[in-house]
Design a protein around this ligand. Structure first.
Ligand code: CUV
Ligand code: SF4
Length: 668
């Protein structure tokens, strides 16, 4: 009977909590277009690989550990389940580190070209940041030209990749205690390339075969991401394109426009997209768009290319990872321009049903069926204009389209510099107010919520469920990447959302005028969170190291290997980290214990996997409570605190008002 063979279709409401996504997914299904959402139901994950129990590091295998006794099993070479699971994690970390670091390396070369006057259309936008970075690097700045300093900074940055001995430059930025701990356990990183290559070597057939040793090496390599490639990417992007400060923008598919040429930039790098922003504003280009019957050019982003231009220029974001196919399915996108990372190959098939042009631009990332227009920083502006023109010329080809009418207001762009500034201004900016608020229990702790969408989980649901609970428990949330966009779509990135926060957090948000959830940028900008934690440690009153802070890192809907590299470098830096979804080391309790318990004993940072948001929440509260206890901070008890606080607030406010009146009278 036909009915039994028909696959049960999962309702769109179980696929995403985002009404725009639901609407586009409905459209896709009606038009018979396949998406990641639906393919996730058809393509069941390999259960062996999913729990870290498949090894394919040599051709005697692949060897699979299955069944009840898998932890007692060995591969043909004798590799244990624990070794296999640890090697799996390590290779994820190597690949993730490579991705962020290659991105950072390209930016360093761009800075070099700019310093030498060879990069068309680029200039150094934030000289103050350049000087600040140069000082950290130990580069002389006195009486020197901007370009000279920039060239030295670029060369020092580039040296971090190929460095064979010594230390990564930014190791010195970490709290002293952290540096000592890294030394003690032998994980002070050398150069990025060296650590990635070594980790690939170690995890090959017949090399490092002690799970603890393999995982220690993964910690070391991940540090070249957080304190290397990613941190350099953040700093150099700030130097070239400006350090973010709060800016208003819109988020979600509703940012696409009916009567304008819609161009989407997608991927991770800011360089070409920044140039496209400029190209789309050039008078002759705008004129050209009008000559084709469009009212103008509308630029929007997806994934972290979006975050880069969102936090710096207020360019709208059309959404996060799972929105990429949906934007095209709206039928309203003239061109989608992609660079590197998180670009689904499926786009090449999806665009065939529409007029959309898919344009690849990185020499590292080509997709069969896409138009390749290669980016070259020496001719960046010319290339940007060529691409925008191509999109404009495609506007008359637009047929039927349906733009979901959902978009939200957001305030984004909380760089660590701005977070410091907002707590006291240019001269008195410090982390004192934040530390004080944590010490006296107005803020219970800080949680970093980062990472992707994953079609195996209902889009945005896990992140949003958690953020709601955190802020109502007076936990300040800092966020990046696709998680940040999820919070944007649901309204959490507006100051008005302070009403959903607990009384203590609300008071702090009110005093400074900030949302309870701070969008700090793209995935490489997770390095900003490391800087914030370091400054909090140096400010005093809490822990004198990143380790021991009442803070937790959460990656609830992750999918990319980069996310795992981030999780591991946070652990190595002293932050307990929780990942959502299934555990990639489910098959080995030994490896789970090393990553959760042994790492915590050594580094006060850890990585664990919890599938259920409820569990993630209660574990987070437990970790923060334990940290507060160890620091002997005032008890935080939600509820009791809330009541006390309200009374106190009323009395305190009356007291302040009385004082103000008296002062005013005295002055008059
Ligand atoms: Ni990296 S967060 S899907 S784009 S890595 Fe890509 Fe930023 Fe995840 Fe999102
Ligand atoms: Fe099997 Fe060992 Fe080869 Fe892995 S390295 S595939 S466990 S023989």
């Amino acid at each position: 009977m036909a009915a039994t063979t028909e696959k049960k279709v999962v309702p769109v409401t179980e696929k995403s909590i985002d009404p725009a996504s639901q609407q586009m997914l409905e459209k896709a299904r009606q038009e018979g277009i396949s998406t990641m959402f639906d393919r996730a139901d058809v393509m069941k994950p390999c259960p062996i690989g999913r729990e870290g129990m498949c090894c394919k590091h040599c051709f005697m295998g692949p060897c699979r550990m299955v069944g009840k006794d898998k932890e007692e099993m060995v591969g043909i070479c004798g590799a244990t389940a624990a070794t296999i699971a640890a090697r799996g994690v390590a290779r994820y970390v190597a690949a993730g580190t490579a991705a962020h670091s290659d991105h950072g390396r390209d930016l360093a070369f761009t800075l070099r070209a700019v310093a030498k006057g060879e990069a068309q259309g680029f200039k150094i936008k934030d000289v103050k940041k350049l000087v600040q970075v140069a000082r950290i690097m130990g580069i002389n700045v006195d009486g020197r030209k901007t370009e000279e300093i920039a060239l030295d900074v670029a060369d020092e940055a580039i040296a971090n990749f190929g460095r064979q001995t010594g230390e990564l430059t930014y190791v010195r930025r970490a709290p002293k205690k952290r540096q000592a701990l890294w030394k003690k356990y032998g994980i002070t990183p050398r150069g990025v390339d060296r650590e990635v290559v070594e980790l690939m070597h170690r995890t090959g057939m017949g090399v490092d075969q002690d799970p603890d040793s393999i995982l220690t090496s993964a910690l070391k390599t991940s540090l070249t991401d957080g304190w290397g490639g990613a941190m350099l990417a953040t700093d150099i992007s700030d130097i070239l394109f400006g350090t973010p400060a709060p800016v208003k923008a819109n988020v979600n598919l509703g940012v696409l426009k009916a009567d304008e040429v819609n161009i989407i930039v997608h991927g991770h790098e800011p360089t070409l997209s920044m140039m496209i922003v400029a190209a789309a504003e050039a008078p002759e280009i705008v004129e050209h768009a009008k000559s084709k019957g469009a009212k103008g050019i509308n630029l929007a982003g997806i994934c972290c290319t979006a975050n880069e231009i969102l936090v710096r220029q207020g360019i709208s974001s059309a959404g996060n990872f799972l929105n990429q196919e949906l934007a095209i399915i709206s039928g309203s996108v003239e061109a989608m321009i992609v660079d590197v990372q998180c670009v689904a190959e499926a786009l090449a098939t999806t665009v065939k049903k529409f007029h959309t042009k898919l344009i690849t631009t990185s020499p590292k990332a080509k997709i069969t069926g896409a138009t390749h227009i290669e980016y070259d920083e020496h001719r960046a502006m010319d290339i940007a204009k060529e691409i925008v023109k191509l999109a404009i010329d495609n506007y008359p080809n637009r047929k039927e389209y349906a733009i979901p009418q959902f978009k939200t207001d957001v305030i984004v762009g909380f760089s660590h510099e701005y977070i410091k500034y907002m707590q006291g201004g240019t001269y008195r900016g410090s982390f004192r107010p934040l530390n004080d608020a944590i010490m006296d229990g107005r803020i219970m702790g800080v949680v970093g919520m980062v990472g992707c969408n994953n079609p195996r989980l209902c889009q945005d649901k896990y992140n949003v469920d958690l953020v709601k609970k955190f802020i109502s428990h007076d936990i300040l949330v800092v966020t990046t990447g696709c998680a940040a966009v999820a919070f944007g779509k649901t309204g959490y990135l507006t100051p008005e959302m302070m009403d959903a926060a607990g009384p203590g957090l609300k008071e702090v948000c009110e005093a400074i005028g900030i949302p309870p959830v701070l969008h700090m940028g793209s995935c490489v900008d997770n390095s900003r969170i490391l800087t914030v934690l370091t400054e909090m440690a140096e400010e005093g009153g809490l822990s004198d190291d990143i380790g021991g802070m009442p803070g937790v890192g959460i990656c609830a809907e992750w999918m990319h290997e980069k996310a795992l590299a981030i999780g591991v470098y946070f652990a190595a830096s002293g932050v307990p980290v929780i990942f959502g979804g299934d555990s990639i080391v489910e098959g080995s309790t030994k490896v789970q214990k090393i990553m959760r318990d042994t790492w915590f004993e050594r580094f006060k940072g850890s990585l664990e996997f919890l599938p259920d948001p409820e569990q993630i929440f209660s574990r987070t509260i437990e970790l923060i409570t334990n940290a507060r206890k160890a620091l002997k901070l005032k008890d935080y008890e939600s509820g009791k605190f809330a009541k006390e606080k309200v009374l106190l607030d009323m009395a305190a406010r009356r007291e302040i008002e009385k004082k103000q009146r008296e002062e005013a009278l005295a002055g008059a």
